[in-house]
Design a binder for this molecule. Structure first.
Ligand SMILES: C[S@@+](CC[C@H](N)C(=O)[O-])C[C@H]1O[C@@H](n2cnc3c(N)ncnc32)[C@H](O)[C@@H]1O
Length: 263
């Protein structure tokens, strides 16, 4: 969770074009990191909305202000419905206003509810998430809802434990990525596809409590970063029993691990 995005390796648009992401609230009130949200929307576009059909049922963990899904829906022909969940009432209100503004109310529905309470009613085939991944001993942070547990991987692993056929999640190189990917493999997933973006440490990840935890994780080989950047991956996990054709039958977990642990 940064402040600045360097160009994504697979960017399809000028990375400085974040016109859909405008700050309406203080970053302590609603998650605001346009570069990260924009990368998430690129991942959705390439790995979810351009590959699934309108019969797929998509549920989103933590919609935030709704801009990533709105941005990618406007750029793809996907006609299916996305059910989003957002704990933060202000963010949820902003998302609902934006959805109305872009006339996407039939396609993108965001509820003010905990994802884990509501998601099962949709018989989802895809979970999508830019989950909280800040590692820290507790959630007394600038934005408590961004706490990802002691090593930052808690919510991601919980999403991977739900048994959904596809999970598209962002995974940070400083939030114990190796154990997270191994957790996914142990739960019957393979890595069907991924995208990587280098990011700079920003407002949320530079909070001293978070930065100190990241440093400690690094000495235990559970966090990977350089002095200047860390890598953020968008990863499409797919369960083995859903793999029918050769294009999606290759497990890219080894390649992903090599890249994400590069620093
Ligand atoms: C990193 S932000 C991502 C927001 C948005 N998807 C984006 O990429 O711009 C994570 C979001 O998850 C929300 N969140 C945290 N725990 C949640 C839960 N249990 N259920 C629903 N939303 C949750 C937070 O309030 C926050 O808005």
């Amino acid at each position: 969770m940064t402040g600045i995005l360097l160009p994504s390796t697979q960017s399809t648009q000028n990375s400085s074009d974040h016109s859909d992401y405008s700050p309406n609230h203080a970053p302590n009130e609603v998650f605001f990191c346009p570069e990260e949200s924009y990368f998430y929307s690129q991942c959705l576009e390439k790995m979810v909305f351009s590959r699934c059909s309108s019969a797929d049922r998509v549920v989103e963990f933590g919609s935030g202000d709704g801009s990533p899904v709105i941005h990618s829906l406007l750029r793809t022909p996907f006609q299916g419905i996305i059910h989003g969940y957002e704990l933060n009432s202000t963010a949820c209100q902003v998302a609902q206003n934006r959805i109305q503004q872009y006339q996407l109310g039939q396609q993108y529905l965001v509820r003010h509810q905990c994802f884990f309470t509501g998601w099962r009613q949709h018989a989802a085939t895809y979970i999508i998430a830019n989950p909280p991944y800040l590692p820290a001993p507790d959630n007394d942070l600038y934005l408590p809802a961004l706490h990802g547990g002691a090593d930052g991987s808690g919510i991601t692993c919980k999403l991977l434990s739900l048994g959904c056929d596809h999970v598209l999640s962002l995974i940070s190189a400083y939030s114990n990525p190796v154990d997270t990917i191994e957790y996914a493999l142990d739960h019957g997933y393979q890595v069907a596809d991924f995208m990587i973006s280098p990011l700079k440490f920003g407002y949320y990840s530079s909070e001293p409590k978070v930065k100190n935890t990241i440093k400690a994780l690094r000495s235990a080989r559970k966090a990977f970063y350089s002095d200047n950047i860390y890598l953020l991956a968008g990863v499409l996990f797919q369960r083995h029993h859903t793999i029918r054709n050769s294009t999606s039958s290759t497990d890219l977990s080894k390649e992903l691990l090599q890249v994400i642990t590069a620093f």
